[in-house]
Design a protein around this ligand. Structure first.
Ligand SMILES: [Zn+2]
Length: 123
């Protein structure tokens, strides 16, 4: 099982969704995802750095089309990253509690991006 986000080869099993779908945690990019992870990510190797930039720009109020232009990522990819991040907020929180091997600094950083992203998109 390879991380669909960054291509990291050693993802950890990370519990199951209430629906029984296996969840995974990637130590490479500190994302959790599941077997039904948005297929947009699967054939596109979006780097953790690109994801960070997209979320950062989004939290600063850039439009999704603007982010698409500056990042060079397809508009739909940008939408999917932003949507995925707010959807995963709860999972990231859970990962902080459950995955003690996660370096805390990275998790905190990710969590603050997600919180900002959520605040921005609560309209
Ligand atoms: Zn990864």
């Amino acid at each position: 099982m390879k991380c669909p986000l960054c291509g990291h080869l050693k993802v950890h099993k990370h519990g199951k969704m209430p629906s029984g779908v296996q969840r995974y945690f990637c130590p490479g990019c500190h994302q959790t995802f599941n077997e039904r992870f948005d297929t947009l990510y699967y054939h596109r190797h979006v780097s953790p750095e690109q994801i960070r930039q997209v979320l950062q720009a989004h939290s600063e109020g850039s439009s999704l089309r603007g982010i698409s232009r500056t990042s060079g990522l397809a508009y739909n990819t940008v939408v999917s990253i932003v949507r995925g991040a707010s959807h995963r907020a709860q999972q990231v929180h859970n990962a902080q509690v459950q995955a003690l091997e996660t370096p805390e600094v990275s998790a905190d950083e990710m969590w603050s991006f997600v919180q900002k992203t959520e605040a921005m998109s609560s309209w």
